[in-house]
Design a protein around this ligand. Structure first.
Ligand SMILES: Nc1ncnc2c1ncn2[C@@H]1O[C@H](COP(=O)(O)OP(=O)(O)O)[C@@H](O)[C@H]1O
Ligand SMILES: [Mg+2]
Length: 416
């Protein structure tokens, strides 16, 4: 039996762990969370458990940037997740932009600055909207997109001074604004081959109709009308394939998820950024649609043997995130959650619907309280998107806590 370890503690890791279990693996999550434990998954606080695994999937980006995949590979463990060299694609946006230029991958025009006055001058010379990114990791909160020049100038000052994001913000990347529909194309790379998964869409802003600040993600859907086979083939040819060639040319043996954030502009697809791991919450819609063989495909990806493309169900999946009051700026935690059983799944069970736990704590009486900014993701799989949305919301409405933050427009009809 394959012993598979999932590194991480959120809804993404819960979805990965469930899929591995479905395929017959013995699964450990480190550190995991109470909701996974209630779901019967083994959770271990000490990350050293990964060293004795047959397969490790690293969920979050920080450990990858820190070189955890290199350490594990050095001891002979098969890992889904690049080494520190490949993880720089996500760890430094300035590095990414240089890499893309060398590789000839279409992306937004940009300039990199570590000095406030020069950065502000670049902004003043342009009409906007303005896009300002921290070079380093900022948990999905380091990018400001605004049409307000004064706000843009202040943001650059706050970032470069270190006040806003510490060292991660001392260098900023300023970009041309790209207009279009945004899609997430998660692909698997085995060092040589790169195979896109089902395209998905993440709802990044906290409020309905894409208002308010960016978050870790408030919901997702897959597949996408805007990214059909023709568009996907273009992404493969113009973005993913040249990226893997350029990685190899630099001697980088990239094994893991290559997640392309794509803007579908009137001039064709443009790469917004790469992430080097599964997306959260895209994973909560892509993995439940995966056909048989998720475990085998993960092993193939990690061992350089990705010769069979994964298959997906013909249906659709929608996930709705429930977040704590005050999310994303100042989440207030500890609220009692109604509507879950002692197994962490909805009391109002419906076929095709399940709950992935992101930030929950189980109390002595078997109930749950909120313990993270994002609390739960409610995923529904159905024959079509409208049914999946209705099912996800029907169950989400039965799960409540004080001040619950939830978008009501995930996969809304107007967006279809
Ligand atoms: N050049 C751009 N034009 C328009 N919107 C952008 C641009 N770059 C980023 N964005 C928006 O900002 C979000 C965050 O940017 P991204 O580069 O993905 O950084 P991160 O995920 O690290 O915060 C994107 O999902 C997209 O919605
Ligand atoms: Mg992003």
């Amino acid at each position: 039996m394959t012993h598979a370890v999932v590194v991480g503690a959120g809804g993404r890791e819960h979805a990965l762990a469930r899929a591995l279990r479905r395929d017959g693996a013995e699964v450990t999550v480190t550190p995991g969370n109470d909701g996974m434990r209630a779901d019967g998954l083994r959770c271990v606080a000490d990350g050293a458990v990964a060293r004795s695994a047959d397969l490790v999937i690293v969920g979050p980006e920080e450990p990858l940037v820190a070189g955890v995949a290199d350490e594990l590979r050095a001891t002979g463990v098969a890992v889904v997740g690049p080494g520190a060299d490949g993880a720089r694609l996500e760890g430094s946006k300035a590095f990414l932009k240089r890499f893309l230029a060398d590789a000839g991958v279409p992306t937004a025009e940009h300039a990199t600055f570590s000095e406030v006055a020069a950065a502000q001058e670049w902004l003043r010379a342009r009409p906007g909207p303005y896009v300002i990114k921290t070079d380093g990791l900022a948990a999905g909160k380091g990018v400001l997109v605004t049409s307000d020049l004064a706000e843009a100038l202040a943001d650059v000052a706050a970032k470069v001074s270190g006040d806003a994001f510490g060292d991660a913000g001392r260098t900023v990347v300023l970009e041309e604004f790209l207009d279009g529909e945004e899609c997430s194309v998660l692909a698997l790379c085995d060092g040589t081959r790169v195979v896109p998964l089902l395209p998905a869409q993440d709802y990044k802003r906290v409020g309905d109709l894409h208002t308010g600040p960016n978050t870790g993600g408030m919901g997702a859907r897959a597949p996408l009308a805007a990214m059909g086979p023709g568009e996907l083939a273009e992404v493969q040819a113009r973005i993913l394939a040249p990226t893997v060639r350029a990685l190899r040319a630099r001697g980088i043996d990239y094994r893991g998820v290559l997640y392309a954030g794509i803007m579908m502009t009137s001039q064709g697809p443009r790469l917004l950024e790469y992430n080097v791991r599964f997306g959260d919450p895209e994973t909560q819609v892509v993995v439940p649609l995966w056909g048989p063989g998720f475990l085998d495909t993960m092993v193939a990806c990690a061992t350089g043997a990705l010769d069979v493309a994964p298959t997906f169900s013909s249906g659709a999946a929608v996930t709705v995130v429930l977040a704590a009051p005050g999310y994303p700026q100042r989440p207030v935690l500890g609220g009692r959650i109604e509507g879950l059983g002692a197994d962490g799944q909805p009391l109002a069970a419906r076929p095709g619907v399940c709950v992935y736990h992101a930030g929950t704590r189980q109390t002595e009486d078997g109930g749950f309280v909120t313990a993270g900014g994002r609390v739960l993701a409610v995923t529904a799989v159905a024959a079509d998107e409208a049914t999946a949305r209705d099912e996800a919301y029907a169950v989400a409405e039965t799960i409540s806590f004080e001040g619950r933050v939830m978008r009501t427009d995930i996969a809304a009809r107007s967006e279809a």
